[in-house]
Design a protein around this ligand. Structure first.
Ligand SMILES: CC(C)(COP(=O)(O)OP(=O)(O)OC[C@H]1O[C@@H](n2cnc3c(N)ncnc32)[C@H](O)[C@@H]1OP(=O)(O)O)[C@@H](O)C(=O)NCCC(=O)NCCS
Length: 160
């Protein structure tokens, strides 16, 4: 399995993976257009050797979006159910965290139902009220607004 920056050729696989889980209510849906517009924020896990899917298939996706000069958010994180529970989610989060560190970001957060997974990745649960208003900028467009039941997690980074 290979973790790398997302390419245009990955878009359909990314949309499929995210929206399959969105239909189950596990995460927010994303249109192909919105993923296309923010593609440079995204990384993917690719089954480059065809271990469990046809070679080159996208089996994981996740993005790191800068919210403010000291804060980024991990968004649209998903690992295919064919490859879940093998450590790929943790590796992808580490990859996204390293990207944020390389950009000089001091903290990275996520809004999630998967708090135990994020705790395994070194994040801690925090109250949503402790996060800056900037975090909620896009919430107006979300189907869950204004009754968001996701939990906020955050990790302090060591920017390089
Ligand atoms: C959440 C998700 C990304 C985790 O990816 P994964 O590849 O299955 O997770 P990993 O195998 O890397 O697990 C890393 C650690 O977290 C633990 N973990 C993973 N999912 C967990 C869960 N739901 N509850 C508790 N612990 C969990 C694993 O046991 C593992 O622990 P270890 O380091 O002690 O071995 C994946 O299950 C997924 O895509 N879920 C559906 C979509 C979703 O909910 N996305 C999150 C949106 S923010």
């Amino acid at each position: 399995m290979l973790i790398r920056r997302a390419k245009i050729q990955d878009l359909d696989g990314m949309v499929e993976l995210i929206n399959e889980y969105a239909q189950q209510g596990l995460m927010l849906s994303r249109s192909k257009l919105s993923l296309c517009e923010t593609l440079s924020c995204f990384s993917v896990v690719v089954d480059n050797k065809g271990e469990v899917t046809p070679p080159g298939s996208v089996v994981g996706v996740g993005g790191v979006h800068i919210l403010w000069e000291d804060l980024a958010e991990i968004r649209s994180l998903a690992i295919s159910d064919k490859t879940r529970g093998k450590g790929l989610g943790k590796l992808l989060v580490q990859h996204l965290v390293e990207e944020a560190e390389e950009m000089g970001i001091k903290r990275v957060m996520a809004l999630t139902y998967q708090t135990h997974f994020f705790e395994k990745c070194g994040f801690s649960v925090v109250s949503k009220e402790s996060l800056p208003h900037k975090v909620w900028k896009d919430c107006i467009n979300c189907s869950k607004f204004p009754a968001c039941d996701e939990i906020a997690v955050i990790k302090e980074l060591s920017p390089v």
